[in-house]
Design a protein around this ligand. Structure first.
Ligand SMILES: Nc1ncnc2c1ncn2[C@@H]1O[C@H](COP(=O)(O)OP(=O)(O)OP(=O)(O)O)[C@@H](O)[C@H]1O
Ligand SMILES: [Mg+2]
Length: 341
């Protein structure tokens, strides 16, 4: 048995399009030892639910093997789609037990039988018996599934987080910003929006649009297979007489509409200042001109998150550094979680 404090972790992001793995070692800044991704067949994960455990496990094993990864300490996340996250003020008089107060409060926020869910919480502050906490809940079955995947891949699950919380942790490490910001993860099957306010995670909301919608539209319009549509989508530009560009623009116009709605919704509930800046990540952040598109349509300064600039270690080839910056944010947020607190 080793009593040594663990000093390196493998962050694993089970994305619907691809599994991303980043191994990070303690250091100032933290040191990236290895990084990689592997595609998942479409439908293996749907709505945050692991539909095909065997395929996901096999792909994860293959990726770990390709990377020659020996580290066993896995920090993993479930999708925000399948989690309930609420920041709340909770009154806990001194004579009351915290766990039971949280359990009672959770009944009001969790739309499932509490016997079927795991509850977790993080305390931000405490003042006169009132706790400012982040409550997180997820179905037990889902957590058991992800643990099964990780254990089958011969890893030791250290923490199960939620993707948007990992993203928010990364953001805090990278920028420590005061101003109200929006973190937007433009993923394959969802767009996750996090409101960053008063220097912490305030709220999140998922928008039902994901980058795979572009494939569906291209396949329909041009009568293509999925892989053909993927190729055209990644090439972008004026392909197929501008149809590809049109479809991508239409997709992002819809996303922008929903983000406007989300900003209004956040403002109505959390008030406290307008969104000053937007930070993009996820595969969609790799689309050329996307930050300008956001700035023009939302009139809010926009940039993409660039974690590798503030990490040591693994040198990513210049040509693909932007791409890895975008797609590995969640995995890095997971990998550094235990190293930065
Ligand atoms: N340059 C690009 N142009 C257009 N689309 C791109 C580009 N680069 C990546 N993508 C798209 O981004 C998506 C993958 O993004 P990402 O890796 O963030 O998804 P994911 O994390 O697996 O999905 P989710 O978070 O929704 O489960 C794919 O649909 C891919 O086609
Ligand atoms: Mg993702």
């Amino acid at each position: 048995m080793s009593l040594r404090k663990k000093n390196s972790f493998v962050g694993i992001d089970l994305g619907t399009y691809a599994i991303k793995v980043v191994e990070v070692q303690s250091g100032n800044p933290p040191v990236v030892k290895s990084v990689g991704q592997i595609r998942l067949p479409r439908g293996s994960i749907l709505g945050g639910i692991y539909k095909d455990l065997e395929v996901i496990t096999d792909k994860l094993k293959q990726l770990l093997n390709n990377l020659g990864l020996k580290n066993k300490n896995a920090v993993i996340s479930i999708s925000s789609y399948a989690a309930i996250i609420k920041r709340i003020n909770l009154n806990v008089p001194a004579e009351k037990d915290l766990e039971s107060a949280i359990y009672e409060e959770a009944e009001a926020h969790v739309p499932f039988d509490l016997d079927d869910v795991y509850l977790d919480y993080q305390i931000f502050s405490e003042e006169d018996d009132v706790l400012d906490i982040l409550l997180v809940a997820a179905k037990k079955e889902l957590i058991e599934n992800i643990l099964e995947i990780v254990e089958e891949a011969k890893l030791l699950p250290v923490i199960v987080d939620v993707d948007v919380i990992a993203l928010s942790n990364l953001f805090e490490y990278l920028y420590q910003f005061q101003e109200t910001s929006l973190l937007v993860d433009l993923g394959a099957s969802k767009t996750s929006v996090v409101l960053w306010q008063n220097q912490s995670f305030m709220a999140n909301r998922d928008i039902g649009h994901g980058m795979l919608e572009i494939n569906d539209l291209l396949q329909e319009k041009l009568n293509l297979s999925f892989e053909e549509s993927e190729k055209l989508k990644l090439q972008g530009g004026e392909k197929e007489n501008g149809v590809v560009k049109q479809v991508i623009n239409k997709y992002f116009a819809d996303v922008i509409q929903d983000i406007k709605g989300t900003i209004d919704y956040f403002k109505s509930i959390y008030g406290d200042g307008d969104v000053k800046k937007i930070y993009l990540c996820g595969g969609g952040a790799a689309v050329p001109g996307i930050t300008k598109f956001f700035e023009k349509n939302l009139q809010i300064k926009t940039e993409t998150i660039a974690p590798f600039a503030k990490l040591a270690g693994k040198k990513i080839h210049e040509e693909s550094i932007d791409y890895f910056n975008h797609i590995t944010c969640t995995a890095i947020g997971l990998g550094i979680r235990e190293l930065i607190s």
